[in-house]
Structures are given as C-alpha cells and as structure tokens.
Design a protein around this ligand. Structure first.
Ligand code: BTN
Length: 266
C-alpha cells in the first residue's frame, strides 16, 4: 500500500508510484430530486459508492446553495450534479485543493466552449461579473484526512430567465447565443476533473495553485472589499495553501481571510 508522507502541496508520493485512481463512470440520473448532494449523502449512508460516481438531476426541488441558501434552476435547462471523490490521503487542512480542481475543471470546460470564465474565491465561477456556476463541496473527515467529498455543481447552461432574487446570473446560452447539450458537457467535465485529480494525487499541488491563481477574478486589480473593520480598497495577491484569500491594501498591508470573513463590493 502506498504511504503518503507529506502533503498534496508538496511531495506526498515518495515512491513515485503511479497513484492515479480510475474514477467510476457510473451515473444515476433523476428527472426530479430534492438535491443531488443530499441524495449522494443518503446513498453513502446506506453503503459504499465507487469513487467518481455522479448523481445528476433535471430538476431539484430543494437544491442546496451556500450558507443554507437554495439553489434555484429551471427544469431541464441546466447541469445539476454531484460527484463523489474519496481522497483518503489528502490531509483535512488541504481540503481547499478540491475546490481548486473543481473550479479549474469548470474554467477549462467553459474555455472549450469559448467562454472566458474566472474563479471568484471561494466558490463561484463568473463570466465578467455575472455568476454562471456555483459549487458546494461537502467533506467528511476521518482521522485528519478527507474520506469523502461530495462535489456539488450547478452550471447554468440553457436558462435565459432568472428569478429577480438571484444577483447577477448568467448562463452559457446567454453568453454564446446558442443552445448546449447537457450530457456532452458532463462527460467532458468528468474527463477534465479526472485529469486535475490525477495531478493532485501525484503531489503536484504547486501546479494546481499556480493555475488557480491565474484564473482568479479580480487578481491584482484594485477593488473594494468589506470586513468587520469596514470598507477598504485592496488587490488580490493570491489564495493561500489552506484556501485563505490574501489581499494587499493600498498602503502595503497584507490581510488574510477565511470563508465568510470578507465581502466583495462592487
Ligand atoms: C452556491 O450557493 O453557489 C452553490 C450552489 C451549488 C448548487 C449545486 S446544484 C447540484 C448540487 N446539489 C445541490 O443541492 N447543490 C449543488
């Protein structure tokens, strides 16, 4: 059995053995379900599932977003799915690598359709300043490592009208003016995700972090933010190893933020 000694960001495969795991091609599809993430968790509660299995739905009646919000999506228009990964050798403090590889896979998928998207730390994919995709990752930690990760993705594909309560949404059809077939997008996403996951398991976390930085929305651009001290102008320097946002203020002060500690202002 391969024993990993360091971290995914460094060299954690000392014997240099090939450790790329083959992801399952299995898929469970539903016309309607509460939430694909919740369904994955339900099935995991009943028994083990193969790594890579996908649950996809045409419609979610209780789609989950961040901070207890609801993810709304018109029936049959969008790509709503969850993927299971079991990166048992990934230390819990490196969980943000999973967000990185999912985001990079989405950027690459959209890039293949000539949609230039960026990653708005920590979990959104934007085109310009409009949100085209949301990511909800639910991790289970066992013995300080990630035993299971349910990667939930809602990509706006063919939806043209959105509820007025959704701030600045967009979709592939709105960006490109043409309809997209859902299934080929999912197949291509799984291929790309498998590639980035392999890069992670090979211990090339640095490569992932470099690419992620290059894809950040507002990288190095002066913009307004708010934290518990008030509103300020800063530039994004990077996202640190554990997923913390690094901002540099006009005077040179560097501030680091965890999730929900800072807000992007317009
Ligand atoms: C966000 O708030 O931006 C995250 C939204 C994530 C939505 C997706 S849709 C498929 C999967 N199942 C869910 O219930 N949520 C995620």
């Amino acid at each position: 059995m391969t024993k990993f000694v360091q971290s995914a960001a460094g060299t954690f495969n000392p014997s240099n053995t090939l450790i790329i795991r083959k992801l399952s091609k299995k898929i469970r599809e539903y016309e309607e379900i509460g939430s694909t993430n919740a369904e994955m968790q339900r099935l995991l509660g009943i028994g083990d599932l193969e790594e890579g299995i996908v649950i996809r739905a045409d419609y979610q009646s209780a789609g989950k977003g961040h901070q207890g919000s609801t993810w709304m999506s018109q029936r049959g228009k969008n790509l709503l799915f969850s993927v299971l990964l079991t990166p048992v050798s990934l230390p819990a403090e490196e969980a943000f690598h999973l967000s990185r590889i999912v985001s990079l896979s989405l950027i690459e998928l959209l890039g293949k359709q000539r949609i230039n998207a960026k990653i708005k730390w920590p979990n959104d994919i934007l085109v310009g300043s409009r949100k085209i995709c949301g990511i909800l990752i639910e991790n289970s930690i066992t013995g300080g490592a990630i035993s299971r990760a349910v990667l939930g993705i809602g990509l706006n594909v063919n939806q043209e009208q959105f509820d007025a309560s959704i701030p600045a949404p967009t979709s592939m059809i709105l960006e490109k003016g043409c309809h997209f077939d859902i299934q080929p997008l999912l197949t291509e996403f799984r291929r790309i995700l498998g590639k980035w996951y392999g890069i992670l398991l090979e211990g090339q976390g640095d490569r992932i972090m470099d690419r992620y930085r290059a894809c950040l929305y507002r990288l190095d651009k002066p913009a307004r933010y708010a934290d518990h001290t008030g509103v300020f102008t800063a530039r994004i320097l990077d996202v640190g190893p554990e997923g913390e946002l690094e901002l540099i203020l006009e005077g040179g002060e560097v501030r680091r933020y965890g999730f929900k500690e800072v807000e992007y202002l317009d």
